[in-house]
Design a protein around this ligand. Structure first.
Ligand code: ZN
Length: 156
């Protein structure tokens, strides 16, 4: 799915995207500023309800069509904004890796007996070796793998 961004690098919701130009990598979206007098309701509560005079009861003080850009188009037109998007995506990926690693270390702590027995088991065993390989890549073992390993290692 193509993502679109405004010229500051904020992602524009796909539901707001229209008039896509695939060649230029641009699209249009409706930019709305909520009226701060009626808070988008279009009417104001005084002693009685009345139409908001500030926004003519539309609820918005500004409704305008703006240009959205694909990341490539943003890079061409607003390189600084494109860098911001790339940096944010990089950080999100790093955080995801970090989260997986800390999940894995919690998993290791709760399976310490099994891990110790696996390390102590030095006799060649294809199944156990494949588990060691999985663990070396910081992936937890499945319940089924654990059950079989515990049987081989005599833990259960
Ligand atoms: Zn208003």
């Amino acid at each position: 799915m193509t993502k679109y961004f405004d010229r500051s690098g904020m992602e524009v919701s796909l539901s707001a995207i229209q008039c896509v130009n695939d060649v230029k990598g641009t699209a249009e979206y409706t930019y709305r500023v909520v009226c701060n007098k009626c808070n988008g309701r279009g009417e104001r509560n005084h002693f009685y309800k009345s139409r908001c005079m500030v926004c003519n009861a539309t609820g918005y003080s500004l409704i305008t069509t703006r240009t959205a850009y694909t990341l490539d188009a943003l890079r061409r037109s607003y390189p600084a904004a494109a860098r911001k998007v790339a940096d944010a995506e990089f950080r999100a990926k790093q955080n995801a890796v970090q989260a997986r690693y800390s999940q894995f270390s919690i998993w290791c702590e709760t399976h310490q007996n099994l891990l110790d027995a696996l390390t102590a088991h030095t006799v060649k065993n294809n199944f156990l070796d494949s588990l060691k390989h999985t663990l070396s890549r910081r992936h937890p073992l499945s319940d089924k793998q654990i059950a079989v390993a515990e049987k081989i290692l005599g833990l259960k």
